[in-house]
Design a protein around this ligand. Sequence first.
Ligand SMILES: *Cc1c(COP(=O)(O)O)cnc(C)c1O
Length: 376
Amino acid sequence: MAKFIPLSTPVFDGEEKENILNAINAGKLATSGEFIEGFEEAIQQRHQGIHAAVMNSGTSAIHLALKLLGVGKGDEVLCQSLTFCATANPIAYLGASPVFVDSETETWNICPETLSNAINDRISRGKKPKAIIAVDLFGMPAKYDVLNQISKTYTIPLIEDSAEAMGSSLKGKLCGTFGEFGIFSFNGNKIITTGGGGALLSSNQERIEKAKYLSVQARENYKYYVHKEVGFNYRMNNMSAAIGLAQIGKLDYKIERRRTVYQNYVDLLKNIDGITFLDEPNGFYSNRWLSAILIDKIKTGFSNEELRLALLDQNIESRYLWKPLHTQPSFKESLFYSNGVSEDLFDKGLCLPSSEDLIISDQERIVKVIIGLRNK
Ligand SMILES: *Cc1c(COP(=O)(O)O)cnc(C)c1O
């Protein structure tokens, strides 16, 4: 059997091990310790004017963002449909309802026009949404110039789910810093990982301090345990932060590698009619966390599913784009403002292996399967 090529794997060197050993030797494994502060500082240094609180997952960070914006029972939150379920699940945790919004074709993210229509329609029904969640899918920033304008015009706060887009930017401004809150994920296969983990970002220091407080069970500084409100067990632990601090120092290299992997696919597949990529619009810079293609079945003669199976047959992992959340059984009761784009992308899309240590001969092996399928 040919060597297995995974979709995306984390890469470590000696630094992660050394940091973990230091955390163990210091006897600090839980939710206090120098690596937690160090990791937060490193995130803040990369994102000027931003405060960061590290959490045990990106999902936790989204939950706290919504909570701090006052989202509660019976509220509605506008949410990009083409995304991982973690973007919307915290809306449900709070007893609120997601209202899903379709994508546009230039970034695959939330469509500003459809969003405006959705807001106007919800307001006309007496249900002004409490927040908007936009996602930077596969590392591509959403259209924040327009989205921020909409957020201002209607005074509805924007949350940026930048779980997949650490290091990406729009007109030089880093992802995670648009909107009132930004979030990152450091889950196992994200561009940097802490095993499991996330971060909540905001330019508002008070809100970040509040998030830290809520993330340790809202424990008061007192001689015995006193809690004035119901908190969460969401803080990142010092061992995860030890890994995170080692990883973030290599983020620029990781992005460079992922962008090279993406460009190699573009170069190797550019003459294949019916396969297209997500180009960066002017001013957009993607970390290219995952390289995704769209397949026009009429032109290529094969579908995304046929390609997925052909790759699997050669021991190569690929994956569908996120299945739009408005089509998920778990959200079957939810409202959806549609323009057809997200379902079309799901029907045509496939994510190809994108690890930073993917070597060119393996990419050629992948491309050979694609080309072979076309000639059948
Ligand atoms: C990974 C991810 C999250 C959060 O993930 P966690 O596993 O909770 O860290 C949220 N949104 C998107 C789009 C993601 O890809």
